[in-house]
Design a protein around this ligand. Structure first.
Ligand SMILES: N[C@@H](CCC(=O)N[C@@H](CS)C(=O)NCC(=O)O)C(=O)O
Length: 144
């Protein structure tokens, strides 16, 4: 396994973003496959920050999937926390059913929108890119 020194992280982030954009250019979403999402009531609940909720907001917007963008304040969070899966956000409600874990949600949307590669190998590369970004995000979190 490659171990990248921290000095290379900005380059890695750029490569990761380029990979994601490359995937996007190779398989633009087909609006016919998104009719379910557009008809249903999708509600994404997260805090008013980017962090792990923003990729899902971005994906839903990019794929023209309508959704309610609910942003809880830190003051109202304690009353919601006990009712959340794992006591955390984000959650995505689709037709009244609650789904959680940001990357599981993002992968679901990507699969439904033909943004998850053309075969299992491309999907693995996409997974690796997402997991690398998560590794970097967690490492950077140590500084905040
Ligand atoms: N693995 C989870 C992590 C979710 C997570 O860490 N959520 C944080 C906000 S970034 C949270 O809900 N914090 C409030 C709390 O734990 O009380 C995911 O990716 O969805």
């Amino acid at each position: 396994m490659d171990v990248y020194p921290t000095s290379q992280w900005p380059d890695l982030i750029q490569v990761s973003i380029a990979n994601v954009l490359g995937v996007k250019n190779n398989s633009l979403p087909d609006s016919g496959e998104r009719s379910d999402e557009n008809k249903s009531t999708n509600k994404l609940t997260y805090f008013n920050i980017g962090c792990v909720g923003e990729p899902t907001r971005y994906l839903l917007s990019y794929c023209d999937i309508k959704f309610d963008d609910v942003r809880l304040s830190l003051e109202e969070w304690p009353k919601h926390k006990p009712n959340m899966p794992m006591g955390q956000l984000p959650i995505l409600k689709i037709d009244g059913k609650t789904y959680h874990q940001s990357r599981a949600i993002a992968r679901f949307i990507a699969k439904r929108s033909n943004l998850y590669g053309s075969d299992e190998f491309e999907a693995m590369e996409i997974d690796a890119t997402v997991d690398s970004i998560e590794d970097i995000r967690q490492a950077l979190g140590a500084y905040y």
